[in-house]
Design a protein around this ligand. Structure first.
Ligand SMILES: Nc1nc2c(c(=O)[nH]1)N[C@H]1C(S)=C(S)[C@@H](COP(=O)(O)OP(=O)(O)OC[C@H]3O[C@@H](n4cnc5c(=O)[nH]c(N)nc54)[C@H](O)[C@@H]3O)O[C@H]1N2
Ligand SMILES: Nc1nc2c(c(=O)[nH]1)N[C@H]1C(S)=C(S)[C@@H](COP(=O)(O)OP(=O)(O)OC[C@H]3O[C@@H](n4cnc5c(=O)[nH]c(N)nc54)[C@H](O)[C@@H]3O)O[C@H]1N2
Ligand code: SF4
Ligand SMILES: [Mo]
Length: 846
């Protein structure tokens, strides 16, 4: 059999649909797992089988075995090494990676360089094929002109994670991309901090724990009496068979640890692991936490000794010097704070939708479980004022004394362990520019660059490499100081990114800004597909897929196992496609910096050096040639317990906060609140506040707004979906058919609107309208809808699809159902990050 037939594939991936991935799973996972069987020898007529990898940003990293015949990939096989033992996991690809052929040979592949037809506007969709030489000459000329007119800080590398799992082809973090190396040699570029995944929690960490702290590894939950997951959905967001899909289930089977899922949706993780589901209104976790801690205090269930020894700010006896009276968290709960409101379970129930009796019971269960593994995914923080939400969940772990012990954890998300292979290619040329903006601020920087500063937009100075949060510069007295941008963004490079339009927010408004080419004058996109981002670009450069390259791919999120993959080029570059290394080499030549870019070495030499440098650190690692043959190399690093040293001896191991302790009340946030200004580029909205405590904040388009909003009464979130990794794989027909893009609606909301399961509906607000089928299901909380994020924005004018009555008649109808047609560009208060899970809308039958 040459390839699995389409019917067989659909049957198989439908199984994956309910189970998350290929590992066995059921509601009550009690049976012992079967021993692994080898994953097939595949097609015996293939010329050769080479190791490759799936390198998209799903938080996992899977090796693939590509079978090649006559220069074509004819079959994709998963890992057939390793075992079902934790620490030596078989890293089996999910249905996306298994459908890699559908991406390599996709009809939407970019095949040759193209430029936007002169005289047309961005988005008009008219392209002229040109030679590589013409494309790179024109781009280089424009770059030279922009550099002389505006200086190097007018160049921007767009957030793009399509190839973050590679080294020589790396697309993220920006400073570790070939484009950055080229721009550094050309004089620098404006960098960004943080990422679309974690902007708000990343900025919350320094003020609470001093720096990023991962949760204990998931296998450590075997030591817990109870596991509580806030908006954490590893069964769908970590689908590799070697990652947390496997780890969480293996741990549950082994230990039977009881699991409570707190999520507006009954997620795949609830299906597979959950013993209890607590649906709550989106964006209200901080209120739920406050209500629970109120009960714990009333019933004396909290860990006062932990709070006294390790934290500042919980009660009036443990406040930093200079803090006002009644500013502690306890005072906030008792109604002695500024708002004068007691945070009773009834108060929390009215906001969260979780009944007060349930909040009481949850508080007792969580406080009574010793130890308790509390984790949060990144859904809760991807909200307006998500910084406070993230801190509130950290706080619950502190109040219950679970930080720094086996079976507990700091209330964060899992981390990964890595092999010591560093990306040497990006180390020797530094960016001369020190200015840095939030990852979510680039549209502002196009429109208002020189007006943006630290206080109105979070402009900062470059942090040390590897630090993702903004470190606000301070004067000698610790007061924040101001830094200003000097130029607007004039040129954008999108490599492995669909975030120009589609993955950022407010698609329609983004397009309006980008269509005006007097603002951003040059948009260059290198991708493998004709994406939404490509549609709004000036030049399209066809890139190579991972199958067309060799590379090193660090493994991700498989703790206790660290691993890495060396891939081999399976096929020649298709059509006129070129690797990003070759593209940057040739563009560098036109810019007169070729030697600096290549450093006098070939791509293969750099790659080999990368692996060999790792081997110098850890002699257990294979040589490059050995690794290429074995594909994946594994190392068992053991379970991890976060913040163990601090717990054992906080004086000897202080945190990176000013007090050295956990800061429940942050004086630095209070200082920031004095300086920070809102409303510069868009109106100041409710929720645009910085509070020193992790308080619940009633925000724009939040749960409280929904309760009174007649026009747009429904909250909309956009969960990460198994059909795609963001937008990647979003044009694979098999996956689209197996996992249909729908809007999840509660039966009560559907009934009120005469909507039945499968009906085509419009979902709309002032920013736009989408059209897609409804999935009517009790798996989502009443008043909440979810539109899986990442569908490919496909706007149609009113002449083609008329918007429904009540919708904004000036906005097109997006018939693909991209949730970012509905979301807002309004940034979160501290991080200036994305709060795109905060949306209000209305739904109506189409
Ligand atoms: N509303 C809403 N929006 C969101 C989110 C959300 O939850 N809700 N999540 C956000 C998050 S967490 C993230 S990380 C971002 C992700 O946003 P992006 O980083 O933009 O991710 P993708 O949409 O996967 O786009 C990756 C691009 O890389 C391309 N690509 C893949 N492989 C290759 C390759 O080998 N070579 C080249 N040249 N290109 C390749 C793909 O074709 C695709 O166009 O989206 C964010 N947007
Ligand atoms: N299949 C697949 N896997 C992926 C990705 C993908 O696109 N597809 N993207 C990858 C990337 S880059 C990232 S950053 C991660 C993203 O990982 P996450 O950010 O954790 O993913 P989300 O789906 O946004 O949110 C997780 C859960 O939070 C819930 N949620 C939303 N709002 C709230 C809230 O206010 N409170 C609570 N308690 N729960 C809430 C959602 O319903 C969802 O079940 O996933 C990675 N994995
Ligand atoms: S999408 Fe993620 S889990 Fe699926 S094959 Fe690729 S790396 Fe593995
Ligand atoms: Mo992400």
């Amino acid at each position: 059999m040459a390839n699995p037939s389409r019917r067989q594939f659909l049957k198989w991936s439908a199984l994956g649909a309910s189970a998350g991935a290929l590992v066995a799973c059921s509601d009550k996972p009690t049976a012992a797992p079967k021993k692994l069987v080898p994953n097939g020898t595949g097609n015996t007529s293939a010329d050769r089988t080479v190791w490759s990898a799936c390198t998209v940003n799903c938080g996992s990293r899977c090796p693939l075995r590509l079978q090649v015949k006559d220069g074509r990939v004819i079959r994709v096989l998963p890992d057939n090494t390793g075992s079902d033992e934790l620490g030596n996991q078989q890293v089996r690809a999910c249905p996306r990676g298994r459908s890699m052929r559908q991406r390599i040979y996709n009809p939407q592949r970019l095949k040759r360089p193209m430029k936007r037809k002169p005289g047309t506007k961005r988005g008009d969709g008219q392209w002229v094929p040109i030679s590589w030489d013409q494309a790179l000459t024109e781009i280089a000329d424009k770059m030279k002109q922009l550099k002389s007119d505006w200086g190097n800080e007018c160049f921007y590398i767009q957030y793009g994670t399509g190839v973050l799992g590679s080294t020589m082809a790396c697309s993220w973090p920006p400073e570790q991309t070939p484009v950055a190396r080229m721009l550094n040699a050309f004089g620098g570029y404006l960098d960004h901090y943080s990422d679309y995944s974690t902007t708000n929690i990343t900025q919350a960490y320094p003020y609470f724990y001093g720096e990023w702290q991962a949760a204990n590894s998931f296998d450590d939950a075997a030591n817990a009496q109870l596991q509580v997951m806030f908006g954490n959905n590893p069964l769908e967001t970590r689908m590799s068979g070697g990652g947390q899909t496997f780890i969480t289930q293996a741990t549950k089977r082994k230990s039977g640890v009881k699991t409570i899922i707190i999520d507006p949706r009954y997620s795949e993780t609830s299906v597979a692991l959950g013993d209890e589901w607590v649906p709550l209104r989106p964006g209200t976790d901080a209120a739920l936490v406050a209500g629970m801690i109120y009960v714990m205090l009333q019933e004396n269930l909290h860990d006062q000794a932990f709070l006294d020894k390790y934290c500042v700010g919980f009660d009036e006896a443990h406040m930093p010097k200079g803090a006002p009276k009644n500013a502690s968290y306890r005072s906030y709960l008792e109604g002695k704070g500024k708002d004068g409101v007691e945070k009773t379970p009834q108060w929390a129930a009215a906001i969260t939708g979780v009944p007060a009796s349930r909040i009481r019971q949850l508080a007792r269960t969580i406080a009574g479980a010793k130890p308790c593994a509390i984790t949060q995914g990144w859904g809760p923080q991807r909200h307006a004022n998500g910084e406070n939400i993230a801190r509130a969940i950290f706080l619950l772990a502190c109040v219950t004394g679970n930080v720094g012990i086996a079976g507990g954890g700091p209330g964060a998300r899992e981390g990964g362990v890595a092999l010591p292979v560093t990306k040497t290619f990006y180390e020797d040329i530094k960016n001369p520019s020190m200015k840095i903006i939030s990852v979510f601020s680039w549209l502002d920087a196009i429109e208002h660059g020189p007006q943006m500063d630290t206080f109105n937009s979070g402009v900062g100075q470059k942090p040390e490499l590897g630090v993702r949060a903004l470190k606000v510069p301070v004067d000698e007295d610790g007061n924040p100081t101001n830094t200003r941008l000097t130029t607007p963004i004039k040129a954008i490079f999108n490599y492995g990114s669909n975030s120009l339009v589609n993955q950022t927010g407010d698609n329609n408004h983004s397009v309006d800004i980008l269509r005006d080419e007097s603002k951003c004058e040059l948009i260059v996109t290198c991708d493998i597909m004709q994406t939404v981002t490509a549609r709004y670009s000036d030049y399209l450069l066809p890139g190579t897929s991972t199958a067309e390259e060799s590379d090193y791919h660090p493994g991700e999120n498989a703790t206790p196992m660290a691993y890495g993959i060396v891939s081999e080029q399976a096929i020649e570059p298709l059509y006129e496609c070129k690797s990003i290394f070759d593209i940057c080499t040739e563009l560098s030549a036109k810019l007169g910096i070729k030697e600096a870019f290549t450093g006098g070495k070939t791509r293969e030499q750099w790659l080999k050096e990368t692996v060999e440098t790792g081997r110098a650190e850890d002699p257990d690692l294979p040589t490059y040639e050995e690794w290429k043959k074995m594909g994946i190399f594994r190392k068992n690093m053991g379970a991890t317990v976060s913040m163990e040293d601090f717990r054992k001896d906080p004086d000897a191991n202080p945190l990176a906060t000013p007090s050295g302790k956990i800061e429940i009340y942050s004086q630095r946030l209070e200082n920031l609140a004095q300086k920070w200004t809102f409303g510069k580029f868009r109106p100041k909205l409710s929720g645009d506040v910085i509070t020193p405590l992790p308080e619940h904040v009633n925000t724009w388009e939040g749960a409280e707004d929904a309760a009174t909003n007649k026009k747009y009464p429904l909250q909309v979130i956009g969960h990460h979906f198994k059909a795609r990794t963001h937008s990647s794989y979003g044009n694979v027909a098999w996956l689209k058919e197996a996992h249909i893009q729908t809007v999840w609606m509660n039966p009560a909301d559907a009934k009120e609107r005469g909507i039945e399961n499968g009906d085509l509906v419009f979902v709309y607000n002032d920013r736009g309208t989408i059209r897609l089928p409804a999935k009517v299901t009790a798996r989502i909380a009443p008043g909440t809808m979810s539109v899986p994020q990442g569908a490919w924005y496909d706007p149609r004018p009113a002449s083609e699809v008329k918007p429904p009555a009540g919708a904004n008649p000036d906005k097109p109808v997006d018939v693909a159902g991209s949730v970012n047609t509905l979301s807002s560009l309004h940034p979160t208060p501290i991080a200036k990050g994305m709060g795109v899970h905060t949306i209000l809308a209305q739904a109506v039958k189409a």
